[in-house]
Design a protein around this ligand. Structure first.
Ligand code: NAD
Ligand code: ZN
Length: 246
């Protein structure tokens, strides 16, 4: 299996890698759907509820600061580093990610090659004027008032720069991901259950466009039936030898 993946990468002209929460579990960040994952502990907060209620916003920030203790301490693992090497060698044109943990950037991949479909959780933004807030600033304001802070420039609602359920997908990133997907001849989906749409539409689009589709994930996924190669294994140990990291 690993040898087949290596060959597929060698033979490809342009590879796009698509990642989900599974690539970051080896860095200590739990995924959503595995046992003990985030979803089994608390239901996600819907965007409309966030807009509607200051109490919901305060609860969202409380959770965010709690989860952040894990995310801030996390470092890129062998899987991230293997992908960074393939990008560096020019094999991989783009990394489309559902993750919000900034670990692809931390692995050294230039930001113009990373397409974040669900935003980035390492900072916050005003939903009205777009002003950026660092999380420590939000925490200071939250701790001082006990309330979810509003934008100091325009009074708008401040939210972590991630895309919540019920929130519109970022147009630019969706367009870039679309273009990248249509431009590849090998699409490699790594560590995603491929259940969250529209993100999971990209492997389908790649396949329809004639690219080879490879899925690397511990468990079976929704799209295994259309894949050319499915590898049910651990990500770091599978990718590191392929990128010759060990
Ligand atoms: P998911 O939790 O639905 O699926 C993750 C998949 O990865 C699972 O099928 C699991 O079996 C597999 N997996 C976990 N660890 C693995 C390993 N070491 N090796 C091989 N496979 C492994 O995640 P998703 O499809 O990305 O969807 C969840 C959504 O939640 C995403 O859209 C993302 O925005 C968000 N999320 C992000 C993070 C993060 O940024 N690290 C973490 C949790 C959730
Ligand atoms: Zn504002």
């Amino acid at each position: 299996m690993q040898r087949e993946l290596k060959r597929a990468i060698e033979e490809a002209y342009r590879v796009v890698i698509f990642t989900g929460a599974g690539i970051s579990t080896e860095s200590g960040i739990p995924d959503f759907r595995s046992p003990g994952g985030l979803w089994t502990k608390m239901a996600p907060i819907d965007f409309q509820d966030y807009l509607r209620s200051a109490d919901v916003r305060a609860e969202a920030w409380r959770r965010k600061f709690e989860i952040d203790k894990t995310i801030v301490a996390a470092e890129p693992n062998k899987g991230h580093m293997a992908i960074a090497k393939l990008v560096d060698e020019g094999k991989v044109a783009h990394v489309i990610t559902q993750n919000i943990d900034n670990l692809h950037q931390a692995s050294g991949i230039p930001s113009e090659k990373i397409i974040e479909l669900h935003g980035n959780g390492t900072y916050a933004k005003c939903l009205d004027c777009g002003e950026r807030y660092e999380l420590f600033q939000v925490k200071e304001m939250f701790d001082a008032s006990g309330k979810a802070p509003d934008c100091t420039s325009c009074g708008g609602i401040v939210k972590s720069a991630t895309i919540s359920f019920g929130q519109a997908m970022p147009e630019d990133e969706m367009n870039r991901a679309h273009e990248a997907t249509l431009g590849c001849d090998l699409f490699l989906a790594i560590g995603s259950s491929l259940q969250v749409y529209p993100a999971a539409g990209f492997p389908i689009l790649a396949k329809r466009n004639g690219a080879t589709l490879v899925i690397l994930n511990r468990e079976p996924t929704e799209l295994d039936r259309i894949a050319d190669l499915v590898i049910n294994d651990e990500i770091g140990p599978t990718l590191a030898p392929i990128a010759m990291l060990n």
